[in-house]
Design a protein around this ligand. Structure first.
Ligand code: B1M
Length: 215
């Protein structure tokens, strides 16, 4: 197989042997971010489709996710970056009950490589932990990720909790993850939250949102 098709197939098959060599060769031809966006994410999409249609079992999805993470970790140090920080601070968490973190971690990489400080508190984070970390680190905005349909309900509860604690004015919120839609966030949840709540369809939109918020 040609190099970039092979890289994509590695994600689908969860095949890690030889991954670094292929990524090295790939970086001779294009930027690390282009490899992620054009090749690796396509592989994850195939995995999602196969799993969703019952053609792939969960342990294999996990293997694919691990190869994806290893690939991103290998490419990350080679990315162009302004990691000086100081443009603003974003808290990132995957919401309670949800373990999906590949997308959240991509947002972390893109936003922190572009001059922001990111406090990434990980997966399965209840709203108390999110608020506590936001207050402790004095962040400018809160980002919540979730891929499960039930996570969209949790996000709504979280926004209500922030309203009731009087934190809505203080924290603009950015939401992302495959189960959300722009309409759900920017119309339905916008009516719930007393502060500013926005949808980011991908990591770059997350960065642009931060740029607008901090302008
Ligand atoms: Co799960 N899973 N999974 N899974 N998994 C999905 C989400 C699913 C859609 C698959 C499917 O059925 N086709 C489905 C959800 C269905 C639903 O809720 N209706 C599903 C399911 C059912 C489950 C389990 C329940 C399976 C089970 O146990 N029976 C279980 C849930 C466990 C839990 O959370 N409690 C589960 C487990 C797993 C693994 C552990 C095996 C693994 C996760 C590994 C990990 O993340 N460390 C996994 C994976 C890999 C997937 C799929 C295949 C791929 C997700 C992914 O990483 N995509 C996924 C299929 C799909 O999404 N269509 C699926 C690549 C990633 C870059 O995309 O995260 O969407 P994404 O991020 C994007 C944007 O959404 C955005 O930016 C990124 C791109 O730049 N974005 C943000 C994301 N967060 C953002 C935050 C922002 C801004 C933008 O600001 C804050």
């Amino acid at each position: 197989l040609p190099l970039f098709e092979r890289l994509q197939k590695r994600i689908i098959d969860g095949e890690r042997n030889g991954l670094e060599e292929d990524l090295e060769a790939g970086m001779q031809e294009k930027a690390p971010l282009a490899i992620i966006n054009e090749d690796l994410l396509g592989g994850m999409k195939v995995v999602g489709d196969l799993f969703g249609s019952g053609q792939m079992q969960l342990p294999f999805v996990l293997q694919s996710a691990e190869v994806m993470k290893a690939a991103v970790a290998y490419l990350e140090p080679h990315m162009e970056k302004d990691d000086s920080g100081g443009k603003g601070k974003l808290l990132l968490a995957t919401v309670k009950g949800d373990v999906h973190d590949i997308g959240k971690n991509l947002v972390d990489i893109i936003v922190s490589n572009n001059g922001y400080d990111v406090v990434n508190i990980g997966i399965k984070q209840p709203i108390n932990a999110i608020i506590e970390a936001a207050e402790e680190h004095k962040v400018d905005a809160i980002g919540m990720s979730g891929l499960l349909v039930k996570s969209t309900v949790i996000m709504k509860d979280n926004l209500q909790e922030m309203n009731s604690r009087g934190l809505a004015e203080k924290y603009p919120v950015m939401l992302g993850g495959a189960a959300l839609t722009r309409t759900f966030v920017e119309q339905d949840l916008d009516e719930v939250y007393e502060g500013d709540v926005r949808y980011a369809k991908d990591a770059f939109e997350g960065l642009h949102l931060m740029d607008r918020l901090m302008a």
